[in-house]
Design a protein around this ligand. Structure first.
Ligand SMILES: Nc1ncnc2c1ncn2[C@@H]1O[C@H](COP(=O)(O)OP(=O)(O)OP(=O)(O)O)[C@@H](O)[C@H]1O
Length: 533
C-alpha cells in the first residue's frame, strides 16, 4: 500500500448485523465508529478505537446467496477492566467490531469495498508500530512448540482457548508441535529448516525456551539460526520471560490468562527486539546459553523443591519460599565478577548493528562487533566444548557460539582486574538478565532485554528469616533493592564466576538444574531476537 494513500482518512457508512447504521472514519491512528441516530432516537454514540490495539481485519462475502452484502470484522485487544470481576486489574480484552458492507446491489462491489477497508485498517494497524528493529515479515508462519506438561498441564487447552483465534485474526499460519519428551524441542530446532518459519514460538514455561535457544546454538549455522525471532506464550508456572516482556512493553502487570493474552497480542503485532544471551560454562566443560538467570542457594532450591506443588501453578513458588524459610541454609563459596561499568579493553561483546530483510526470504544480516569468525567454536570452558545435557543419555553435541573472551579456564584464577566478593557465606546468589524471575517477582527492575548486563545479586549469611521474607515481598514490586538491607549485594556485571565449596547443592540455569560445581558466565548483548511489544 502506498504510504501517502495510507495517511489519507477514509470514510464509509455501514450497518451492523442488527441493521443499526454506523459512520466509520479511518485515520492513520484510529478507527472512529459513530452509531448514527434513528428517526426515533436522534442521539449518536462515538467509539474511538486505537489502531495500535488492532491485530487484524477480515473481509468476507455473504454466505447467503440472496444477500449481496459483504462483512468486515475488525479485531481489537484494548486494555480494559473487566467490571464483572471484582478487583480485576486492567488487561487486554478482545473486542470485535463487525459491519455489513452494502454500498451496491452487486455482491462483488461490496466485497471489494470490504477488502479495501480491510487492507487499509491492517496497513495502519501494523505500520505505526515503529519499534527497535523491524516487524516479523508478512504473511507470517510460525512454528509453535507446546509442552503439554508445563505449568498445571493445561498449555494445550490454554493455547486453543486464548491464542488460536488471535493467530487466525492476525492472519498468522502456524505449525503446531506438541513436545513428546524432554529435549524434543531442542533436537527439532537443531535439525529444522528454519527458513520455513518467521518465528519459533514456545507455549510453555522458561524451560522449553531454554531448549530452543540451546538447540539453535548447537547448529553449524548458529549465527543465522539464533537470529530467528523467538516468541513466548506463558504456559508454565514461572513464565519469567513472558512477564519480563510484558513489563518491557510498558503494559500493566498481569498474570495467568491475562499475561497469555498480552503475550499473544505482542506475538500478533510481531515487533522484534534484541535479546541478550549469556554463555555459561560448567566444570565438566559443558557450555550452554541462557536467556534468563543462573541461581544458587535459596532461589534455586525453592525453584526445584517447589516442583511438588506444581498443581497450584504460580503459587508453587510462594509455598516453596515459606517451606525453605523455615529451614534457612547457608551456602559456602566464592563469587567473583567483572563489573559492567568498568572501562576495560574487554568490552561486553555486542551485536552492534542489525539490518533485517522485511518481506524477503533471505535471513537476517548483522555485523559482528567484538569477536570474529576465527574465534568461533572455542571458549574458555575448553576447546572441546561438547555439550551433553547432564540429565540425558544422548550423545554429546558440539555447542557453537562466540568465544568467551572475558573468561579464563575454570582451573585458573579469575583475571586480576576482576572483583572478588569478600564474604564466602551466602544464602543465595543469583545472576539475572531479565526483569522478572517469575510472573510476580521483579528481580531486576532496571533490566532491559538488550542492555548487555548481568544483574548479579547475593544475600549474605546472617540475614534473619523475617528480613529475607521482607526482601521477597518487596521483590514482588521490584522494590527489594531500595530496602537498604545490609545483607544484600547488587552489582551490574559482564561476567562472573561462582565456586561453591559446599559438596552438594543446586545450581539452576533458566530454572533448569545443571551440573553442580564451579561455573562461570559472560553475557552477549543482542545475540538473539525476541518478539516483544
Ligand atoms: N513433552 C514433554 N515431556 C516431558 N518434559 C518436557 C516435555 N516438553 C518439555 N519438557 C521439559 O519439561 C521441563 C519443564 O518445562 P517448562 O519449564 O517449559 O515448564 P514449567 O516447568 O511448567 O514452567 P516454569 O519453568 O515457568 O515453571 C523442561 O525441562 C522441558 O525441557
Amino acid at each position: 500500500m502506498d504510504p501517502a494513500a495510507a495517511a489519507l482518512p477514509m470514510r464509509g457508512e455501514f450497518t451492523s448485523s442488527s441493521r443499526f447504521r454506523y459512520a466509520l472514519l479511518l485515520t492513520d491512528r484510529e478507527l472512529v465508529v459513530q452509531k448514527l441516530g434513528t428517526a426515533r432516537r436522534k442521539s449518536e454514540t462515538v467509539t474511538v478505537m486505537d489502531l495500535q490495539d488492532c491485530i487484524g481485519c477480515r473481509a468476507r462475502g455473504a454466505e447467503d446467496g440472496a444477500d449481496t452484502s459483504a462483512s468486515l470484522a475488525v479485531y481489537f485487544y484494548p486494555v480494559r477492566t473487566r467490571w464483572a470481576r471484582l478487583c480485576s486489574s486492567p488487561a487486554r480484552r478482545r473486542l470485535e467490531h463487525r459491519f455489513r458492507v452494502a454500498v451496491s446491489s452487486d455482491s462483488r462491489i461490496n466485497l471489494e469495498e470490504a477488502e479495501r477497508w480491510s487492507r487499509a485498517i491492517r496497513y495502519r494497524a501494523y505500520h505505526r508500530t515503529g519499534g527497535v528493529c523491524a516487524d516479523v515479515r508478512r504473511p507470517r508462519r510460525f512454528l509453535v512448540l507446546i509442552n503439554p506438561h508445563s505449568g498445571k498441564g493445561q498449555a494445550l487447552t490454554l493455547f486453543s482457548n486464548h491464542v488460536q483465534h488471535m493467530l487466525q485474526e492476525a492472519d498468522i499460519t502456524y505449525t503446531l508441535q506438541v513436545t513428546e519428551r524432554q529435549n524434543h524441542a531442542r533436537e527439532l530446532v537443531r535439525e529444522a529448516d528454519l527458513s520455513q518459519w518467521d518465528a519459533v514460538v514456545v507455549m510453555s514455561g522458561d524451560g522449553l525456551l531454554f531448549e530452543v535457544v540451546n538447540g539453535l546454538m548447537e547448529r553449524e549455522d548458529w549465527e543465522e539460526a539464533i537470529q530467528t525471532p523467538l516468541g513466548v506464550l506463558p504456559g508454565g508456572s514461572g513464565n519469567a520471560l513472558a512477564a519480563s516482556i510484558n513489563y518491557y512493553s510498558g503494559s500493566q502487570p498481569v498474570s495467568g490468562e491475562d499475561l497469555l493474552v498480552s503475550c499473544g497480542f505482542m506475538l500478533c503485532k510481531g515487533l522484534v527486539s534484541h535479546l541478550d544471551l549469556t554463555s555459561v560454562c560448567l566444570a565438566s566443560n559443558q557450555r550452554l546459553f541462557s536467556f534468563l538467570s543462573l541461581a544458587w542457594g535459596f532461589v534455586a532450591d525453592v525453584d526445584i523443591e517447589s516442583e511438588k506443588y506444581r498443581h497450584v501453578g504460580a503459587a508453587r513458588f510462594t509455598m516453596g519460599t515459606i517451606v525453605r524459610l523455615t529451614s534457612l541454609r547457608v551456602y559456602k563459596g566464592k563469587l567473583a565478577y567483572l563489573p559492567a561499568e568498568e572501562p576495560h579493553s574487554h568490552s561486553s561483546p555486542t551485536m552492534s548493528s542489525v539490518s533485517f530483510n522485511n518481506g524477503s526470504n533471505s535471513s537476517s544480516v548483522y555485523l559482528r562487533n567484538s569477536y570474529n569468525q576465527n574465534q568461533l567454536l572455542h571458549n574458555s570452558c575448553n576447546s572441546n566444548n561438547a555439550y551433553k545435557p547432564n540429565w540425558t543419555n544422548e550423545p554429546p553435541v558440539t555447542m557453537q557460539g562466540p568465544r568467551d573472551s572475558l573468561l579464563v579456564p575454570l582451573d585458573q584464577p579469575v583475571p586480576a582486574h576482576w572483583t572478588v566478593v569478600k564474604e564466602e557465606d551466602f544464602v543465595l546468589v543469583m545472576a539475572v538478565y531479565q526483569s522478572h524471575l517469575a510472573e510476580d517477582l521483579i528481580a531486576a527492575p532496571a533490566s532491559r532485554p538488550d542492555d548487555g548486563v548481568i544483574h548479579l545479586m547475593y544475600v549474605k549469611a546472617g540475614i534473619s528469616r523475617r528480613a529475607l521474607l521482607r526482601l521477597f515481598l518487596a521483590m514482588e514490586k521490584g522494590a527489594h533493592l531500595s530496602t537498604n538491607c545490609p545483607f544484600v549485594g547488587y552489582v551490574k556485571v559482564q561476567a562472573f564466576r561462582l565456586e561453591p565449596f559446599s559438596p552438594t547443592g543446586t545450581i539452576t540455569v533458566d530454572g533448569e538444574v545443571v551440573e553442580y560445581g564451579p561455573v562461570q558466565a559472560q553475557i552477549y548483548g543482542r545475540l538473539a531476537r525476541i518478539v516483544s511489544g
